[in-house]
Design a binder for this molecule. Structure first.
Ligand SMILES: Nc1ncnc2c1ncn2[C@@H]1O[C@H](COP(=O)(O)OP(=O)(O)O)[C@@H](O)[C@H]1O
Ligand SMILES: [Mg+2]
Length: 312
């Protein structure tokens, strides 16, 4: 059976692409007791930054940053380009180490954690990097099932079943055997999102998932985030410089109907919980919900909102 695995990486034309997807390794196809025990201690908080600072030489990116992301919540990380959103996500993954302060992910302190333990930790994190492109020489099935095919011994028919399930979730089950070149830009981005899901990670990190998409196509990606929140109840951190996306997600809701899942405008904002965090000049300038963000009197926030939101 193992001979059937690790076949796709040979067909990826640009090997640097593999770096993105394989920073996480899947330790086991089924959670072991050990993993369950490791998760147990602080089940209620998925990510904790406590007084974290990080600089590239003398360029300070994060300056004594503290925040907590409760398990099962959706957190938008907003900020202009260059404000440190991608760096913050890479700190969560242990790809960068903080200069000071502590970072806890899924109940484990990760600063100072040996690389082997970090690999195990990353197996529970699904991520969609800003620069994540699909492997253009692989089918949609092979792209989405990549980590299961390459890094686990799950039987191939089971992998395909799981891929189908995930593609069904994003409404693209019929596209399972297509090549990326046969998809629209929005469909490709949704498949890239779906690629983080087959291993059932308990924390999802999205880095600017709608960059470069027109507003209507971006909304189809945002719909997937709405579904993850309302139907799957995953913990997710979404970094974006498009405040528009955050407000879309905060005002829409996924509902199951006899005809399938529908995305509708939420009547009651309490049914669409999303927390916002704005990074500015190395600090968290704002933390709160959509209503509080819109009501903020801070001059930078007002300018940020004014410049990036359409007139209501
Ligand atoms: N590998 C790196 N080496 C040096 N500086 C970097 C590196 N990555 C990011 N930076 C700098 O850190 C700051 C934050 O970058 P980043 O987190 O990518 O911003 P954002 O994702 O919010 O657009 C920027 O000023 C960027 O130029
Ligand atoms: Mg970025």
């Amino acid at each position: 059976m193992s001979g059937d695995h690790q076949v796709f990486s040979n067909r990826v034309r640009d090997p640097t692409q593999l770096l993105d997807i394989s920073t996480a390794r899947v330790a086991n196809t089924t959670p072991s007791d050990e993993t369950a025990a490791q998760r147990a201690p602080s089940e209620s908080l998925s990510v904790v930054f406590d007084d974290v600072s990080f600089a590239f030489d003398d360029h300070v990116v994060l300056d004594h940053v503290s925040f907590r992301v409760p398990t099962g919540s959706l957190r938008f990380l907003l900020g202009a380009s260059g404000s440190g959103k991608s760096v913050l996500l890479k700190l969560i993954l242990g790809l960068f180490r903080p200069d000071s302060g502590t970072i806890t992910v899924n109940g484990q302190h990760i600063d100072g954690m040996p690389e082997d333990d970090l690999l195990r930790l990353r197996a529970d994190i699904g991520m969609v990097f800003q620069e994540n492109a699909l492997f253009d020489s692989l089918t949609v099935n092979e792209n989405v099932g990549f980590r299961l095919y390459e890094e686990t011994r799950m039987p191939l028919d089971q992998v395909r079943e799981r891929v189908k399930e995930v593609l069904g979730f994003i409404g693209l089950a019929d596209y399972i055997d297509r090549m990326p070149s046969e998809l629209s830009g929005g469909q490709r981005r949704r498949v890239a999102l779906a690629r983080a899901m087959p291993t059932r990670p308990n924390l999802l990190l999205f880095d600017d998932p709608t960059t470069g998409l027109d507003p209507l196509t971006a909304a189809t990606v945002d719909d997937e985030i709405v579904k993850l929140r309302d139907l799957e109840k995953v913990t997710a951190i979404v970094a974006t410089h498009q405040i528009r996306d955050a407000f879309y997600v905060a005002t829409h809701q996924a509902v199951r109907t006899p005809e399938g899942v529908k995305i509708v405008t939420a009547e009651d904002p309490n049914t669409t919980p999303a927390e916002f965090m704005v990074l500015h000049e190395g600090r968290i300038l704002f933390e709160g919900d959509a209503t509080e963000l819109l009501a903020s009197e801070d001059s930078y926030l007002k300018e940020f909102l004014y410049k990036t939101l359409p007139p209501w």
